[in-house]
Design a protein around this ligand. Structure first.
Ligand code: COA
Length: 374
């Protein structure tokens, strides 16, 4: 038996038509479209449509899709009550994980595995995730829920439900860009986890619940919150060098840096960097752009490691006034479009995903009765 490949690094386990990454060139395409183009020009709704149906929508298709998505935002009251009864104040990611699992019980098509039903479920999940995150956030701060506004687009409605006031065009543009950039990324850990669940022919809700649990880890989606905690701790570009040196000396990982696939700057980080610096320049006390660029420069010099999507998502969300514990849930409410696209693709040409492990335990030995074991 061949030696195990820890972390499946470089192993191709499936063919997929959803996105392509060139780790050397630092490019990412959703269904052939360059991410920089989509980030600057497309809405999240267009991107979700593209990921699920394989092509950008016409104006008529987009209008119908946007209206259908907006109509699905409200969550069943029973699911909300369930979240309210969760003991011991779970963090938002834990509440989201439980809520998604619970949503399936209210979906009459939960176990219909036809492609049309799965597309409708993908739509419902994508519509409801922002509602769950916003409701839970307001509840955790002792505020009334703000009901979704079907007249607002996906990004605008989410900001509205969080803050209870209409966001500016600048805020909507920044949030939309972040959602577009986080929506899909090939066979990352959470997407792979979702495809494994789908490969057993389990349902879409189970696959998305699996993905959320996987995204939560600090080496994956949890890195954006940790990256902002680090930037807040450093506080000033003057302190960046000493901070990074000390962290590297202690063999600590610098959150928001490094990538299994990109060997150059993550193209999503490149697009986000511009928006972060633009938003920051409008603040009374601009500091995040300068600080982030300084940390980036030090990491490149010291380790030859580049920022990934999480590094610049962090100050972007922070300057939009979003609390840190919502950073990873926001990653989830964007990535759900990519997860669903992959799960549907997996069902379309399924084979159970079942690798092997090389046994590394004790040699065969006889069972000893309890009395003989002392
Ligand atoms: N900070 C400091 N050093 C890092 C690093 C980071 N963020 N990421 C990688 N490295 C270093 C490792 O220490 C290792 O150095 P060494 O060879 O001197 O021991 C080398 O780079 C290779 O790291 P490795 O762990 O083998 O790379 P990987 O492909 O397994 O890791 C990540 C990819 C994403 C898990 C890793 O870069 C990481 O932990 N990043 C921080 C978390 C993060 O931002 N995650 C979001 C990813 S989108």
């Amino acid at each position: 038996m061949s030696e195990p490949l820890k972390g499946l690094e470089g192993v191709v386990v499936t063919a997929s038509a959803i996105s392509s990454i060139d780790g050397q060139a630092g490019t990412l395409r959703y269904r052939g479209y360059d991410i920089a183009d989509l980030a600057h020009k497309a809405t999240y709704e267009e991107v979700a449509y593209l990921l699920w149906f394989g092509d950008l929508p016409t104006a008529e298709q987009l209008a119908a899709f946007t209206a259908d998505l907006a109509a699905e935002r409200e969550i069943h009251e029973g699911v909300w009550e369930l979240i309210l009864t969760l003991p011991c104040w779970p963090v938002p990611m834990e509440a989201l994980r439980t809520a998604i699992s619970a949503l399936s019980s209210c979906d009459p098509e939960a176990n219909d595995d036809s492609r049309p039903a799965n597309l409708r479920k993908a739509m419902r999940l994508t519509a409801k995730l922002p509602t769950i995150v916003a409701y839970y956030f307001r509840h955790s701060r002792g505020r009334e829920r703000v009901r979704p506004d079907p007249g607002l687009g996906h990004a605008a409605n989410f900001l509205y439900m969080l803050n209870g006031e209409r966001p500016s065009a600048l805020q909507v543009g920044a949030m939309n860009m972040a959602l577009v950039l986080m929506a899909e990324h090939g066979l990352n850990a959470s997407t792979f986890a979702a495809r494994i669940t789908a490969s057993t022919l389990s349902d879409l809700y189970s696959a998305i619940t699996t993905a959320i649990g996987t995204l939560k880890g600090p080496l994956h989606g949890g890195a954006n919150q940790r990256a902002m905690e680090m930037l807040l701790e450093i506080g000033d570009p003057e302190r960046a060098e000493a901070y990074i040196e000390a962290a590297l000396a202690q063999k600590k990982r610098i959150m928001g840096f490094g990538h299994r696939v990109y060997k150059t700057m993550d193209p999503r980080a490149r697009a986000l960097r511009e928006v972060v610096c633009d938003l920051d320049s409008r603040l009374e006390d601009p500091r995040w752009c300068r600080l982030a660029l300084k940390v980036m420069e030090i990491m490149e010099e010291r380790k030859g490691i580049y920022p990934n999507v999480d590094f610049f998502t962090a100050p972007l969300l922070y300057t939009l006034g979003i609390p840190l514990d919502l950073f990873t849930p926001i990653f989830a409410l964007s990535r759900v479009a990519g997860w669903a696209a992959h799960v549907i693709e997996q069902y379309g040409d399924n084979r159970l995903i079942r690798p092997l492990s090389r046994y590394a335990g004790p040699e065969p030995r006889p069972y000893r009765p309890l009395v003989e074991r002392g």
